[in-house]
Ligand binder design. Structure first.
Ligand SMILES: [Zn+2]
Length: 422
């Protein structure tokens, strides 16, 4: 084998390692960012669209041409926020055919938001171990609310209290915010209620996560119709979706827009979907809400984590087993152990993951060579059950296991109680 072949072989190995299609995935993420990143000025946006054009063409190969003007068309008008048709079919990342980066109001969709974030996690993991070659612009694009920054600002004796507060109180009055006594850098995570989440000076809480719902008004005058829904699709699907009639000078009143979904008996204990209630209008004045990054990547995954912790603690009462949430400087999300100090025996160490696309999580696990915190278990929210077969297969390579929250809860309780009987 000559050097050139060896080089090819390495490149193929790298491609396998970070997952096929990462080039195209990365190109789409850079492109989506160019369309949606509010922090980009005109010149920076153009420059980034040029980068995206280069990445898209590199991923599609020499026979395919992506025109710059076609990319510019995606900034507004009919094709705004859609990347459909830019790439030959075989080179398009899986599951992205219908992905839109902007909604009708020119607001970044939840899909696009998650897409960019998840790709970034994969790129970071691959970069850390030197398994990604070439130019990667995306990692520099992210705002200042990286997950590591959020957690670092909470570090200290009250870490788990502060993190719990970001989960339970994503929108608060100015007085309530003071009472939370968050460390000063974390206070910056709260901002005024954004304009796309308010109507005539009012906003509504999602009944599942308590963060402001997105508000859209379509049509004009007598035909105008307002809608309010949570940006986290699982909340909107389970009931956090409403309509209202916008009348000038009147406080908006909501009506349920979708049928409420109720969990079956088995999934009730850990259920984190919408609960039956019609939120009332709250004044924008005097309220603060978490920025979107912190809400999406701390509050949202935190809700099922906290619930799993609470139910597990309750069900293991009277045993010699303890449950800890975010222990040991955040090495794991959840630790189930027996004994104290040096005699402490780990029974289950868990990393909780809420990825929208399981292939991103698989690519990240692969680049990390398993979980970097050495957790034995990947646990996903119950509504991500369809990801389990793919995750189980990948986890097996790293000596790990994957389960939904309810399956995991039942397994732990069974194991501890049977073990005790021996
Ligand atoms: Zn919600």
């Amino acid at each position: 084998m000559n050097d050139e072949q060896r080089e090819d072989h390495t490149a193929a190995g790298q491609a396998r390692l970070v997952g096929p299609g990462l080039d195209a995935t990365q190109a789409f993420a850079v492109c989506g960012d160019a369309l949606t990143n509010g922090k980009l000025g005109g010149a920076a946006r153009l420059e980034q669209i040029m980068d995206a054009q280069g990445l898209l063409m590199a991923a599609a190969g020499p026979s395919h041409h992506v025109r710059f003007s076609d990319l510019l068309d995606r900034l507004d008008g009919e094709k705004a926020g859609s990347l459909q048709g830019l790439m030959p079919e075989w080179a398009s990342p899986a599951g992205l055919d219908a992905l839109r980066f902007l909604d009708k109001d020119g607001f970044t969709t939840e899909d696009a938001y998650d897409y960019r974030y998840e790709v970034l996690q994969v790129i970071r993991a691959a970069k850390k171990v030197g398994r990604l070659r070439g130019r990667v612009t995306l990692s520099d694009l992210r705002g200042e609310y990286k997950q590591e920054t959020v957690y670092a600002s909470l570090k200290g004796n009250f870490y788990h209290v502060h993190r719990g507060n970001l989960v339970r109180h994503p929108a608060v009055t100015v007085e309530e915010l003071k009472k939370l006594r968050l460390p000063p850098p974390a206070l910056d995570f709260y901002e005024d209620i954004p304009s796309h989440m308010s109507f005539q000076g009012y906003w509504f809480r999602c009944p599942a996560c308590r963060w402001p719902m997105k508000i859209t008004v379509e049509g004009r005058r007598a035909r105008a119709q307002g809608s309010a829904y949570c940006l986290y699709p699982w909340h909107a699907e389970t009931g956090a979706s409403y309509i209202f009639t916008p009348v000038k000078g009147q406080i908006p009143v909501l009506d349920q827009a979708v049928e409420l979904r109720t969990p079956d008996v088995r999934h009730r204990a850990l259920y984190t979907g919408a609960v039956p209630s019609i939120p009332r209008a709250l004044p924008v004045e005097g309220y603060k809400a978490l920025v979107r990054d912190v809400w999406r990547y701390t509050t949202i995954p935190g809700l099922p984590e906290v619930r799993l912790y609470e139910v597990l603690t309750e069900r293991l009462q009277g045993t010699d087993v303890q449950v800890q949430l975010w222990p040991d400087n955040d090495v794991f999300d959840l630790l189930v152990s027996r004994g104290e100090g040096e005699k402490r025996q780990t029974l289950f160490a868990v990393d909780f993951k809420d990825y929208r696309w399981s292939n991103h999580l698989v690519s990240k696990l692969r680049a990390d060579g398993g979980d970097k915190g050495k957790a034995g278990w990947i646990v996903v929210p119950d509504h991500r059950e369809s990801q389990i077969p793919q995750l189980t297969e990948e986890c097996r390579r790293h000596g790990m296991k994957a389960a939904t929250a309810t399956d995991f809860l039942e397994l732990v309780v069974r194991t501890v109680k049977e073990g005790r009987g021996r």
